[in-house]
Design a protein around this ligand. Structure first.
Ligand SMILES: NC(=O)c1ccc[n+]([C@@H]2O[C@H](COP(=O)([O-])OP(=O)(O)OC[C@H]3O[C@@H](n4cnc5c(N)ncnc54)[C@H](O)[C@@H]3O)[C@@H](O)[C@H]2O)c1
Length: 419
């Protein structure tokens, strides 16, 4: 018997996931819950889904094994808590939640129920993050010294996603503090470092003065005046991170990326389509390697070698060069059916890997990457960073709810067999 997955939210993002869940060999059935009837019906028709629910609450009464939550950013925490209490395994789009207390409750619930929770952090499978993870874990980076990562997404490209479900009050949600959505940036650095987590943070905010009236006191649910926030974090391993979460910036691609990550033996730097690794071991000779062909998409690498190809004219093309697989990604571990592999659309080809992790984790009862202990450590530093920004950069302690407790068998995605 395969799994039954209930998708919650038929908005823009979840459209990229219905077919991945449906065509995964360990899944038997997919259902949809959506508040807006026409959106629900259209989604069900488009994806050939026959079981529909009017809301998360209705779906939680069903026999679904798992729910996959794709609702608006600020709603996840309470929904995840409800779903775990109803006995469902949970996949949640980022962020985890917007309150530290909610994240704490989710950690406690997973500890008690031993249900699987996984946050769908797309950047975990972004080539720059995979590369830094590989270099750190192999020891070639040495001890971690410093990393800088960012997620840049200018608000003018965000109007539509917020308007889609926000109605007249869409700006109240669009003004979410940028550091309430820090997981793309923090996740890329912390997932490379395994057990390290943020212990202290200081953050500065850029007070927004754009005429669209999204950021400012009284203009959003959080009274948030900042469209851009920069945090400096001290990690438990002694290293330092600089994290930028910017929503008003004249920059398009890459959107989330590690610009530099350095250890005592080696370092990685990225500038647009160029990825450089340098190694400088003690007693050895420094070596520079251009690793761009492993990290850029297979399509970009192929096209960029053609005569007359112009980086300036092409590098910003999202569909062609930022949404499909790169050589560093081990797609041989994914279900080898054509439909599944062709669905590698969006966010550097990460979606099929995330769905595969979650489904295998539940079916084989193993703890996936981006489990609640990882996810809490990606998310909480951002929530505290925003509090620091509101106090003009005051240095603050970051609460930590611990690493993965004993008794779990880990899913090691790249070592597990395909199905
Ligand atoms: N790279 C990434 O990881 C990435 C990219 C894009 C979006 N996202 C995340 O995906 C999520 C969804 O974004 P979106 O742009 O698709 O939003 P959206 O507003 O288009 O869709 C959300 C849908 O959830 C529905 N919904 C809300 N409450 C519900 C309930 N109780 N029961 C059933 N349905 C409910 C809404 O009616 C809406 O249709 C967000 O959390 C966002 O952060 C992540």
């Amino acid at each position: 018997m395969g799994l039954k997955i209930g998708i919650v939210g038929a908005g823009g993002f979840s459209n990229g996931f219905a077919q991945l869940f449906k065509t995964h060999p360990l899944v038997e059935k997919v259902a949809i819950a959506e508040l807006i009837p026409e959106r629900r019906a259209e989604y069900a028709k488009r994806h050939g889904i026959t079981e529909e629910y009017e809301s998360l609450d209705e779906m939680l009464k069903s026999d679904a094994d798992c729910v996959a939550i794709f609702t608006q950013r600020h709603l996840h925490g309470p929904m995840v808590i409800k779903a775990l209490k109803a006995g469902k395994h949970v996949y949640s789009a980022v962020p985890v939640a917007t309150e530290v207390e909610e994240i704490h409750e989710i950690v406690e619930l997973v500890n008690r129920t031993r249900l699987i929770y996984m946050v769908g952090e797309t950047c975990y499978y972004w080539p720059c993050a995979m590369f830094c993870r590989e270099m750190y874990k192999s020891g070639r980076m040495g001890d971690f010294v410093y990393g800088e990562a960012q997620y840049y997404h200018d608000m003018k490209r965000f109007y539509l996603p917020f308007q889609r479900s926000g109605g007249e009050n869409w700006k109240m949600v669009a003004g979410l503090p940028p550091m309430h959505y820090p997981t793309h940036s923090t996740g890329m650095i912390l997932s490379a470092l395994e057990d390290a987590y943020a212990v202290k943070v200081s953050c500065m905010g850029y007070r927004d003065n754009h005429s669209d009236g999204i950021f400012g006191e009284g203009k959003n649910y959080w009274d948030n005046p900042y469209s851009n926030e920069t945090a400096i974090m001290k990690l438990s391993n002694g290293g330092i991170c600089r994290i930028n979460e910017y929503r008003r910036i004249g920059w398009e691609r890459p959107s989330s990326y590690i610009s530099g990550m350095y250890g005592t033996r080696g370092g990685y730097e990225n500038s647009s389509m160029q990825h450089i690794w340098q190694e400088d071991p003690e007693g050895g000779k420094p070596v520079l390697t251009d690793v761009s062909d492993r990290l850029n998409t297979v399509e970009y690498v192929r096209d960029s070698k053609r005569e007359g190809f112009s980086m300036e004219k092409n590098a910003l093309n999202y569909k062609a060069y930022h949404s499909t697989f790169s050589a560093i990604q081990n797609f041989s571990r994914l279900p080898q059916n054509d439909t599944y592999l062709k669905l590698s659309t969006g966010h550097s080809g990460s979606h099929p890997f995330l769905v595969d992790d979650f489904v295998k984790a539940v079916a084989w009862y193993k703890l996936p990457p981006n489990n609640i202990w990882d996810a809490a450590r990606y998310n909480i530093p951002g929530l505290i960073a925003h509090k620091s920004a509101m106090k003009d950069g005051a240095l603050m302690e970051v609460p930590d709810f611990g690493g993965i407790p004993g008794g779990w068998t880990m899913l090691e995605p790249d070592k597990t067999e395909t199905v």
